[in-house]
Structure formats: structure tokens, C-alpha cells
Design a protein around this ligand. Sequence first.
Ligand code: GDP
Length: 526
Amino acid sequence: MVNPEIEKRKTFAIISHPDAGKTTLTEKFLLFGGAINTAGAVKRNKANQSSTSDFMEIEKQRGISVATSVMGFEYNGKRINILDTPGHKDFAEDTYRTLSAVDSVILVVDCVKGVEEQTEKLMSVCRMRNTPVIIFVNKMDREGKDAFDLLDEIESKLNISLCPLSWPIGQGHTFKGVYSIYNKHLNLFEPDKKKISTPVIEVNSLDDENLAQFLPEKSLTNLKEELELVEGVYGAVDKEMYLEGLLAPVFFGSAINNFGIKELLDTFVNIAPSPKSREAEERVVLATEKNFSGFVFKIHANLDPNHRDRIAFLRICSGKFERNKFFYHTRNNKKIKFSNPMDFMANEKSIVEEAWPGDVVGLYDSGTFKIGDTLTEGEKLQFKGIPSFSPEIFKEVENRDPLKTKQLEKGLQQLTEEGVAQLFVMQPGNRKVIGAVGDLQFEVIAFRLEHEYGAKAHFRMLSYTRSNWVTSKDPKKLEEFLKRKQQHIGEDKDGNPVYLADNEFMINMTMRDYPDIEFHKTSEFK
Ligand code: GDP
């Protein structure tokens, strides 16, 4: 059964190591989609990389990132939803969660820097879900690595097969344009930051005599040789393999110069998957099912401290979402309806009456939602797919104002439910330990505890750098392990036991000593 509302939706994220050009590319897409009129309209949603303790900066970013969390627009009869992800590595968990709500991604690689640390991490998260990936090699106007070397590097570091659909002619100061292998046309480079049309020359074959007037002979000869090699090495694009996440089409261009973007967008719209099925703990849910279902992948606190309301971002997985209709909150076992659900079309918030699989709606929330919560029309379902990863920094929370203990508890609970960091409770004494990827997260927590909850906390550094979720087929053995290792055991937000260790060596030793215990690097082990 084909539902045109589902078929027309393409929900994806643009991901990259900071500075590779994610924001610039997003902006150019919005420009093509007519969602914005001028370049420079998309605010840069990233904390200043150099100053990690600028709270105002963080606060400003929070304001911006509500506005840019989801950017929807129409293009070629499709509805495109771009989900924004924070660039700063300290907020990587937020990005990972957003990746659970998309159907595909575009990965931006800087041709000068190649594959960077964050690129690898993001890609490994995509692999967990077999998310289809298109790669955009950016900044071809700069002197970067050789295209073949770059592809080798991407293939080996990201562990994915590639298939170039466009090919660069020169690079840096000799950059002449790209040849579209997919559409068989030549796209000549003309640096221009504002315009959105680029001169395209259709060619039937590269032996076309007219080509000489556009390209110097040497460039043309090189191009022909390289294309022969490309064809021999990479072959034709296999759409099925792309959809299974095994093969990534590659495009070359320059986002800032608006070059190579249209090919990328047109091909994306053509081949990227529409919403398909999603796995819940209980069963696989098809996008085409009649009944509505969806899950919360992100919670955003409002900036106004006087109104403690938050916005929960719900990804719709099946059926139709409707305003003012009662839906079933499966964790709370309650029915709720939403009178002001928000839509993010054309970069503006507005009240939405109905929404379809692939769409993201913003729900005003006063504390009913946790990340990962599922809504349905009555069926007991819990969508899979938002694992927690091991934090790298662990600090114990010390209360600095005993009169505000309640506020502190509430603040910690809500902030960790929002996904700012992970909370572990340790015994004896119900000690609270916060696990995070970067120090910036602790600063955000301290700042928000004080300003939003009136509580004061100090964080005491612990020696742990790893957490492993532990299970065993033998409940007795697990109980014994937890007792023996009590000083290393914390309970995560769902009450699952977690083994905290100083380093990998310690984990390996413990694994050897307790062969009946299974250790998991992420919370998703069912
Ligand atoms: P993000 O951190 O991945 O969102 O990266 P931005 O989009 O903010 O880009 C980082 C920097 O690279 C900015 O100064 C951009 O102007 C610049 N940039 C983006 N695309 C290009 C490009 O195609 N060529 C050049 N030379 N610079 C670019």
C-alpha cells in the first residue's frame, strides 16, 4: 500500500566533523528549497570551539538550536526534513540520538583535512542502524588531498564502499568544475556565494568537440583518464546497496560557492529512502500502518526560566498524528492530547493539525517525557534505537546548599532526562554520579541547576573513564558480581546495572575474572 504522504517525505541529517561545512551546506539546501532567501540566514548553531566556558554562548546556542532543530521545506514535490545536530563533540550524544530519528544522512568531508575524528564516530553510529549515507566532499576550491587518495582514505577509515557520482576537474586554484557521472553533464565552476544557478553543459560523450571551448585540453585528457579509472575501480551505483547502508555515493563540490550542491540535492531527493519500518521492542512497525506511533528523540528546555516548559521532539513512525487527539504514552500508561503541536516548515514554527511518518513535531511538555518515550493509539510499544554510549568523564555530585536538596534532585533528574548527560546512582548512600563526554556538559548542568532550579552543585572528579552495561544469563552470577564489585556499580536511568572502570585494562581483567558476565559498550543489548 503506497501512501503518497509517506513517499514524499525525506528525513535526514547532515553530519560532519566541526568546520567541514555542515552549516553552510544546510543553508544552501534551504536556499534551493526556497525556505530562506539569502545566504547567511542560518545562524551557526555551535558553541564557540575555543572558549569552552562561555555560558552566554551556550545559552545563545540553546535559543538558536530550538529554531533550527528541524528545518522542513518542499523541493521537487518532496517534503524534506533536515534534522540539525550539534557540531561540538561534547554534545555528541545529542547527535547520536538525532541519528535514530532520521532515514538517511549526508556526511560532509573537508577535502583538505580528510576523515577526522568525529567523522569516524558519527559513521560508526550510522553503521549500527545501517543508515544510508551520501558523502559530500567539500571545499574543492581549496588545495586539498588528491581525489583518489581521499576516496581510499574514506573507504578504509569509514569502512564503507564508495561510488563517486560526480568527479572533480582539478582542485584548488585549478578547480574547473565537476563532471556528473550520474547525469553525464559538465558543471563549470564559477565562484559565487549568493547565486543558486550554475552553468551546466550537457554532453553526450567526452569526445564531444564542443568541450574544447570549455576546458583546456590538458584538463580534458586528465578527466577522461581519471573517469576511466573511476569506472574501472568503482563501477555503477547500486541503489539497493546504498539503501542497505553498504555503499555510499560520493559528490564533490564547494558549499560556500554553491557549487555541486544542486546535483547533490537532486540525487538525494531521487535516491534517499522515504520513511520505512522501525523496530520496537515488541515488533517491527511499518510506516504504512494505519495507527499512529512515534517516539521522542530530543527534549529541549525553554530559555525562559519562569516557564519551566520544555519542547519534546517527536518523530512520527506510522499512521497520522493529529492535533487534539488522545494518544497513549506507553511508559506512563496514560492518554494525553496536544493542543499546540508545532511544525517546523520553512524554518518557522507554526501549529500543525496533522503530520505523517518522517515528520517531526514539537510538543510542549511540562515533564511528562523522557528521551525514548513512545506514543501510540493504544498499543503497548517501545521503539528501539536510542542507545546510551559510555561516557568518558565521571563526576560525583556534591550538594552545596542543603536547603535546596529537593531542587537539586529535581534538576538533576530533569536535565539528565533531557539527555544533557547521563546519571548513575551508586550505593551506599544513593550517591549521584554524572557521566559525560566533555567538560562543557558539566558547565551546562551547573549553570542550569543554578539558574533554572536554584540549586548549587559541585562536581568531584572520579577516576572512571569507562562504563559497561552488565548482564548475565545466570541471575545468581549477576547478583554475585554486583555484590562483589559494589563500589564500581552504578544504576542507569532505567535501573540497569553499569560497571564503572578506570580504563580498558581494568575492564579486560574483570571480564577475564567473570566469564559469566556480559559487558556491553552501549545500553542497547536486548
Ligand atoms: P560546520 O562546523 O561543519 O557547520 O562548518 P561551517 O559550515 O560553519 O563552515 C566552516 C568554515 O568553512 C566556514 O568559515 C565556512 O565559510 C567555510 N567553508 C564552508 N564551505 C566551504 C567551501 O566550499 N570552501 C571554502 N574555502 N570554505 C568553506
